[in-house]
Design a protein around this ligand. Structure first.
Ligand SMILES: [Zn+2]
Length: 315
């Protein structure tokens, strides 16, 4: 990894990054520019407050592996309030409303910042990933939900209340996709990796000759598409077209120089990028079309971004 601007780590201390997702939780220990250690776990969904704090403390200790810790950054799925409290009963029920910062500060004696996971993923892209060197960037992460972050330089833009924009809940015209937020056509319900997985599972279920393979159903659908299967081709065509509709609205609002599509669905971009680019080029976004790049962050980009985040005051 080649960071544009690296901070102190010459005393052997590591920066810890935690990517707290709706499905998986990833930990990294960052030694300067290098990932010294990493680990990943299923996100606890039914544990009580004591257990989730114990989980974080134990895994931070394990990933740091006896080295001093300089900082702990957490990127969490969904809303995080100005005090660093997770407010996401829909995809992080066990962590919602649980005081995490104070016990981590007490356990390790270092600054702890909790922010949204789309912000952490975006910090990775502008500091170490596909968006280095751009004056303004829009990062859209397609995971359990859809996360959106807009950045001026390396600084994430925030709403009037200091929180990140919940732009995964903008509505896509003409779609029918009920969402837990009460709207009926959310971007997040259409182009998340979870949405792609649902439609891939439905497609595979129509082909009794192919046993569905859990999380690998998207790979199975991609294989069918490459073999020219009309249903699989239509699935990725629809995904790319809907993704373009949402990204076009976001580009219209935020007017970035660079767009990065990340999250676990970025891995399948070769199946839908043509439909995506075709539809995006048809939509007026009121500026020159910015270049769109698919993230090469891999599974730990969000955790690395969380470790690289500037500490924030979160009283
Ligand atoms: Zn919604």
């Amino acid at each position: 990894m080649n960071l544009a601007d690296e901070s102190d780590a010459s005393d052997g201390a590591v920066r810890i990054g935690i990517d707290l997702g709706g499905t998986g939780t990833r930990f990294v220990a960052l030694d300067g520019e290098a990932v010294a250690a990493s680990a990943s776990f299923a996100t606890p969904s039914e544990a009580d407050a004591t257990a989730v704090v114990a989980f974080l403390v134990e895994q931070v200790r394990a990933v740091a592996s006896d080295r001093p810790i300089a900082y702990i950054g957490i990127g969490a799925s969904g809303p995080v309030d100005a005090a660093g409290m997770i407010r996401n009963p829909d995809t992080l029920p066990a962590f919602t409303g649980v005081e995490l910062r104070r016990p981590l500060i007490e356990a390790f004696g270092v600054p702890v910042t909790i922010d949204n996971d789309a912000v952490a993923a975006a910090v990775f892209e502008v500091r170490a990933g596909a968006a280095r060197g751009f004056a303004s960037t829009l990062v859209v992460t397609l995971g359990t939900g859809v996360g959106v972050a807009a950045l001026r330089g390396v600084q994430p833009m925030r709403g009037a209340d200091g929180q990140h924009p919940e732009a995964g809940h903008l509505s896509v015209n003409g779609a029918d996709a009920p969402c837990y937020c009460g709207r009926s056509a959310c971007f997040e319900q259409l182009v998340s990796r979870a949405a792609l997985q649902r439609s891939a599972a439905a497609l595979i279920a129509q082909s009794p000759a192919i046993p569905a393979d859990g999380a690998a159903v998207i790979d199975q659908a991609a294989e069918l598409a490459r073999a020219g299967h009309p249903g699989a081709l239509a699935l990725f065509e629809r995904f790319g077209t809907l993704l373009a509709a949402g990204v076009a609205d976001l580009v219209t609002v935020f007017r970035p120089d660079c767009v990065v599509i990340g999250g676990s669905a970025a891995r399948f971009s070769s199946e839908y990028s043509e439909a995506f680019q075709r539809r995006l080029s048809q939509l007026e976004v009121y500026r020159a079309h910015p270049g769109v790049r698919f993230s090469a962050a891999g599974d730990f980009g969000g955790a690395i971004g969380a470790a690289l985040q500037e500490p924030r005051a979160q009283a």
